[in-house]
Design a protein around this ligand. Structure first.
Ligand SMILES: Nc1nc2c(c(=O)[nH]1)N[C@H]1C(S)=C(S)[C@@H](COP(=O)(O)OP(=O)(O)OC[C@H]3O[C@@H](n4cnc5c(=O)[nH]c(N)nc54)[C@H](O)[C@@H]3O)O[C@H]1N2
Ligand SMILES: Nc1nc2c(c(=O)[nH]1)N[C@H]1C(S)=C(S)[C@@H](COP(=O)(O)OP(=O)(O)OC[C@H]3O[C@@H](n4cnc5c(=O)[nH]c(N)nc54)[C@H](O)[C@@H]3O)O[C@H]1N2
Ligand code: SF4
Ligand SMILES: [Mo]
Length: 713
């Protein structure tokens, strides 16, 4: 029996877990008390790492389509099939005819996060999509233009703040996002114990709102109006104090905010003008305060404006880049803004999608238009798709249309551990190892951590499938013409060599992800080595966040751009909302659930036990008006589609709002997920509208979707 410390790769919190193994069976998973960051915290998903590892439905051999059926095959045959079909499509129709969709776990999985980019670059397609455009891309857009780097995202300094204004986030359930912070509940309790204040803005009295000092049940999609009114009040009452921050565009922001007084936004936000005023005054008066927003503020029609205004408020109150405010982490590895580079400024729209002309942001196109690109004939039509750790048939808007579109592809490959709603459409499915069978270093999420930390986890158990970095290198070999039999060591040397050049260090001895992480650590700001982390299995604490301005800025001016034209151009669209009378339309929003992980962990019995969680939550007043009863069934309709779903009546939801969780809808033929199928739920993204986007970033508005609800007959 051995107990090994492991960093959990399932969500953004990066908890340290202690995994007990007996005769290569996982017999226990608990929080690792010695972890330098999480100090023993664990959630139900982390506790299910063993169930995931032993899930009999998890794919252990590649699948290939023969006579219409997906059948198990050898690795050589799987790659041979890809080599037979993919290069010819590229040769005949060009590189853009092959699209990629990289899903959320591709960022949490160290090997795919390191070798995916090498493969995508080799593929060279403009049709590159990720889960980012159903998630955080508006934030990349706003910080890119304000601070000069799309990944220069400030995070709330949770451990030292005295006032946290939180919008559209529920970290007690999600465990935090764009804010790597294990045990958020403990941190929020500590905030209140030291006399601080937590204010939550959310159409639902979420678990986080329940813990808060104050909860404001805003009308969905109107956060930008509220935030602008807070800005307006700060200027009007001379409460602006940017300290010694280097700021351009103050006067412009003051002028832009002028129409958005607390009175003018009150009707649309459904918040009282006096409350809005008080929120502004308390924010300005608190010693150390921070505004933070998440999914409810990004995946909505004004996602970029809301994301921008959140940091405008952090600047106007002098809380950007100061202790207890919104601070820039300095990760040990891979943080682009930690290295000296030219201040070229941030660009978006370097290319556009073919059919709808939607802009590129941080190298990707909006996934809301992937189906258009597949279904619309013409030069550059997408004919092949490669998904890597993604389930867009459940995760992206107008899921019904995307599912139909996949049937029109000439060829599809899924790099995925399950045969599910998306991978069932593939011609070849390539599985990878489980989290316990691969090494882990949370490259992306330490760049968003509320404390600077570093932790390396070697693979705990031997894998019965190839490592995904090798799979991705094989695919790289195929699309670069070297073929599936390409020399993987030579390809790996090439990838490592490029990275060593970029980080200005020697290439080093190891192979695979170990070598790449070692290169980034050695070239990083703390000059750590992988050996240092191997010697510290519970992690290395690099201390609290420190101010990083001006060095962190990469705007051409070297200053914070508070009113970039690329963003302010969308303000008239927001102002127009004020001219439109409020109507009584029901609006659909989403919610997360503690024992779900987007769409893909519903095949684990411990996580789906108990009553059906996939319900439409409605306020008692709406239920009564519509003739709906708790436990009954409702028909919910939007422009995009229609579903039937059980009703849950609860006063936690404000009137005029319906909340349905995403990631459900597992009752489709041809999958191999018996437990999930038995707990199917309904796919809410059949309702999400692929035409309803944040105008600037093309990110889908998954919150604030107009719907009609009636009792099912
Ligand atoms: N309506 C609505 N829709 C939403 C959201 C919402 O709030 N409301 N949220 C959006 C957000 S924020 C996100 S991030 C997306 C997520 O969207 P996706 O990333 O498309 O979906 P996931 O459910 O994370 O699916 C992950 C896939 O990766 C596979 N997988 C898991 N681990 C591994 C691994 O180690 N290797 C490989 N190869 N495959 C693996 C799983 O089997 C699954 O197929 O959903 C979005 N969709
Ligand atoms: N347990 C669990 N944890 C997860 C995930 C999971 O599926 N399950 N998914 C992970 C992923 S991919 C992500 S991106 C993060 C997301 O992390 P969070 O953003 O914290 O996610 P949610 O819990 O969906 O919280 C969003 C909140 O926004 C509210 N909301 C909806 N519309 C609006 C609006 O218009 N305005 C405002 N102010 N609020 C609104 C919702 O009611 C909800 O309470 O969570 C991650 N963690
Ligand atoms: S909170 Fe996230 S990182 Fe921590 S145990 Fe749960 S899933 Fe894993
Ligand atoms: Mo996400």
């Amino acid at each position: 029996m051995t107990t090994t410390p492991v960093t959990c790769p399932l969500c953004e919190a990066t908890c340290g877990l202690a995994v007990t193994i007996e005769d290569s069976r996982v017999t226990g998973v608990r929080g690792d008390d010695a972890d330098v960051f999480s100090h023993g915290f664990i959630c139900p998903k982390g506790a299910s790492l063993g169930a995931l590892h032993h899930d009999p439905d998890r794919l252990r051999r590649p699948l290939v389509r023969r006579d219409g059926e997906l059948v198990e095959t050898t690795w050589d045959e799987a790659f041979a099939e890809i080599e037979r079909r993919l290069p010819s499509i590229m040769a005949e129709h060009g590189r853009d005819a092959v699209a990629v969709y990289a899903g959320n776990p591709s960022v949490h999985n160290t090997p795919t996060s390191l070798y995916g980019p090498a493969f995508y670059k080799a593929l060279g397609t403009k049709n590159f999509y990720t889960a980012g455009t159903v998630d955080q891309v508006p934030k990349h857009f706003s910080v890119g233009h304000m601070f000069g780097g799309g990944f220069t995202i400030p995070v709330p300094d949770l451990d030292r703040t005295d006032h946290l204004l939180m919008l559209g986030a529920n970290p007690l359930v999600s465990n935090g996002s764009l804010m790597t912070a294990p045990d958020v509940r403990g941190k929020l309790r500590a905030l209140r114990e030291r006399g601080g204040k937590l204010v939550v803005v959310d159409p639902k009295r979420s678990r986080t709102a329940e813990l808060a000092d104050e909860h404001h049940a805003i009308r969905p999609g109107t956060d930008a109006l509220l935030l602008f009114a807070l800005v307006n009040e700060l200027f009007t009452m001379s409460l602006v104090n940017t300290r010694d921050l280097p700021v351009n565009g103050l006067d412009e922001v003051r002028a832009l905010a002028a129409p958005f007084t607390p009175e003018t936004v009150a009707a649309h936000t459904d918040l009282a003008a006096d409350d809005i005023r008080r929120m502004a005054h308390e924010l300005a008066a608190a010693g150390r305060a921070v505004v933070y927003g998440r999914i409810g503020t990004t995946t909505q029609a004004f996602g970029t404006l809301a994301s921008w205004l959140i940091d405008v408020l952090n600047v106007l109150t002098g809380n950007l880049d100061r202790e207890g405010g919104a601070m820039f982490p300095l990760a040990a590895a891979g943080q682009a803004n930690a290295r000296p580079s030219k201040r070229r400024g941030f660009q978006t729209g370097r290319w556009h999608s073919r059919v709808r002309g939607l802009p590129e942001v941080v190298g990707e196109l909006p996934v809301a238009t992937l189906a258009d690109e597949i279904l619309t004939p013409g030069d550059g039509q997408v004919r092949a798709l490669i998904t890597v750790c993604g389930n867009p048939c459940l995760s992206t808007p107008n899921a019904g249309r995307l599912t139909e579109a996949l049937g029109h592809l000439d060829f599809m490959v899924s790099v995925d551990v399950y045969l599910n709603e998306t991978s069932k459409h593939a011609d070849v499915v390539l599985p990878g190892p489980t989290p316990l069978e691969r090494p882990h270093y949370d490259l992306a999420l330490y760049q968003l951590a509320v404390r600077n930390v570093a932790n390396w986890t070697p693979a705990t158990l031997p894998a019965d499938v190839p490592q995904e970095w090798e799979t991705l290198l094989r695919l790289t070999g195929i699309v670069t013409g070297m073929g599936a039999a390409a020399d993987l060591d030579a390809l790996d040397d090439f990838v490592a060599g490029e990275m060593a050049k970029r980080f200005d260090v020697a290439i080093g001895e190891r192979r695979g992800p170990e070598r790449l992480i070692d290169i980034m650590l050695r070239g990083g700001p703390y000059e750590l080595t992988l050996a240092d982390l191997e010697a510290a299995p519970h992690g290395v604490d690099l201390g609290p966040l420190k101010p990083r301005i001006p060095d962190v800025l990469r705007t051409p001016s070297g200053r914070i751009e508070l009113a970039p034209a690329a963003i302010t151009t969308d303000v008239p669209r927001l102002a127009a909302v004020l001219e439109t009378p409020v109507n009584g339309q029901l609006l659909l929003i989403g919610r997360r659930q503690l024992s779900s992980n987007n769409s893909w962990m519903h095949n684990l019995e411990p996580l789906v036990r108990g009553k059906n969680r996939c319900t439409a939550q409605l306020n008692p007043a709406d239920a009564a008006r519509l003739g709906l009863v708790d436990g009954g069934t409702a028909v919910v309709r939007s422009r995009a589609g229609k579903i039937e779903i059980p009703v849950e009546v609860t006063d936690a939801i404000r009137a005029g709002v319906v909340s349905i969780p995403h990631g459900w809808g597992h009752d489709v033929d041809g999958t191999r997920t018996a437990v999930a199928t038995a707990h199917a739920g309904v796919n809410t993204n059949v309702l999400a509208d692929d035409q309803l986007l944040d105008a600037l970033s093309g990110t889908a508005a998954l919150n604030g979707i107009p719907v009609e609800v009636e009792p099912a007959r």
